[in-house]
Write a protein that binds this ligand. Structure first.
Ligand code: SAH
Ligand code: SF4
Length: 353
């Protein structure tokens, strides 16, 4: 039987497993302390845990299933990890130093099936979902890297914005969120976690119904159906009206603000006309939303979009501001390394071919 990562179990699941195998209930909390506070690398390092329990865990779970292949450190402190999964697949995780803390961007799938026309991840079809433990372990790797540097720094924020569509791997995503948010786990506050989706509408409702305070980001990228369907084929299944109704439901349920991501593609979606349409679209929820304007990262020779000019980016921004829309132009991290989404992984795959 294939062993799974211990990091994929919620504390309730670990408790059930241990109790049904004759262990005492309190062991689960002990094991979690070793995993998440002391951050051990071997089950046998758990000094106050009885031998039978250690053996039981060794027989059933892995503790270090990801292998660091490459670690690139940028001058601005961004660190990009290329990690190998047990089946040989490669994924990326990025650590970013922000003014407000240390933020990690995690991957949720190997490839992506949504196939947005501007995205390197979408070119490579999804080969599989990541297990919850494989997503948690990405953060553990980053935290252990910080432990090694020895400045007592903690991962404080998590963004689910790496390769993959998180809402297409919903069950594992939810386990992952519960594990990292738990006080005895990594204790990352719900308000410090953001999940980004291309807009799988039924899952936005399910996410809102979880009754957690986790932030939601919507990859909008176009203010009307014609243009959005052209660059994101998911819009044909879930058009903007349905997406906005789901977002409004999320806002009512959670009282959180929502972020709209908007990549600026030269001469495609970056005219003042589209900025005005976007402002009109968000008029009713202006106090409950932010727009993140993202300068496009040209990542692949098969994708012919260009980054908008500085002038168009500023004109777009000004139009939103004039309409009292909260918006920022996203600051870029790690421009001297392969920091754009999917870039390091696709480069490795190309070299391997
Ligand atoms: N699948 C989810 C989350 C991963 S993509 C989603 O689409 O929301 C994370 C963000 O990176 C999305 O907003 C996506 O549109 C953006 N992105 C993808 N390729 C990019 C590129 N080449 N340059 C800039 N942003 C990109
Ligand atoms: Fe998938 Fe997001 Fe890339 Fe679209 S932008 S192909 S949903 S990873």
């Amino acid at each position: 039987m294939k062993k799974t990562s211990i990091y994929g179990l919620t504390i309730e699941e670990l408790t059930d497993f241990l109790v049904s195998n004759g262990q005492k209930k309190f062991r689960a909390v002990q094991v979690w302390e070793w995993l998440y506070q002391k951050r051990i690398n071997h089950f046998s390092d758990m000094k106050n845990v009885n031998k039978e329990c250690v053996q039981l865990l060794e027989e059933n779970f892995t503790i270090n299933s990801l292998n660091v292949q490459i670690k690139q450190v940028s001058q601005d402190g961004t660190v990009k990890f290329l990690l190998q999964l047990p089946d040989g697949n490669l994924i990326e995780t990025v650590l970013m130093r922000q003014k407000y803390g240390l933020s990690v961007c995690v991957t949720t799938q190997v490839g992506c099936n949504i196939g947005c026309s501007f995205c390197a991840s979408g070119i490579l079809k999804k080969s599989r979902d990541l297990e919850a433990g494989e997503i948690v372990e990405q953060i553990m790797h980053v935290q252990k890297h910080l432990d090694e540097i020895g400045q007592d720094e903690r991962v404080s924020h998590v963004v689910v914005m790496g390769i993959g569509e998180p809402f297409d791997n919903f069950t594992n995503l939810v386990s992952f969120l519960r594990i990292i948010n738990h006080a005895k786990g990594l204790a990352i506050g719900a308000r410090h976690i953001t999940v980004s989706t291309s807009g799988i509408v039924p899952k936005i409702y399910e996410f809102a119904d979880l009754d957690v305070q986790i932030n939601l980001a919507i990859s909008l990228h176009a203010p009307n159906n014609e243009l959005r369907s052209q660059i994101m084929k998911i819009n044909r299944a879930f058009p903007i009206e349905k997406l906005m109704s789901a977002v409004k439901y999320y806002l009512e349920k959670t009282n959180r603000r929502v972020t709209f991501e908007y990549i600026l593609l030269q001469d495609v979606n970056d005219h003042v006309e589209e900025a005005q349409q976007l402002a009109n679209l968000l008029k009713d929820i202006r106090h409950l939303s932010y727009v993140n304007l993202i300068p496009y990262n040209p990542v692949n020779e098969h994708i012919h979009y260009k980054r908008s000019t500085k002038e168009s980016i500023l004109a777009f921004y000004d139009t939103l501001k004039k309409n009292n829309i909260n918006c920022v132009i996203r600051q870029e991290h790690g421009t001297d390394i392969d920091a754009a989404c999917g870039q390091l992984r696709s480069k490795q795959l190309k070299q391997a071919r």
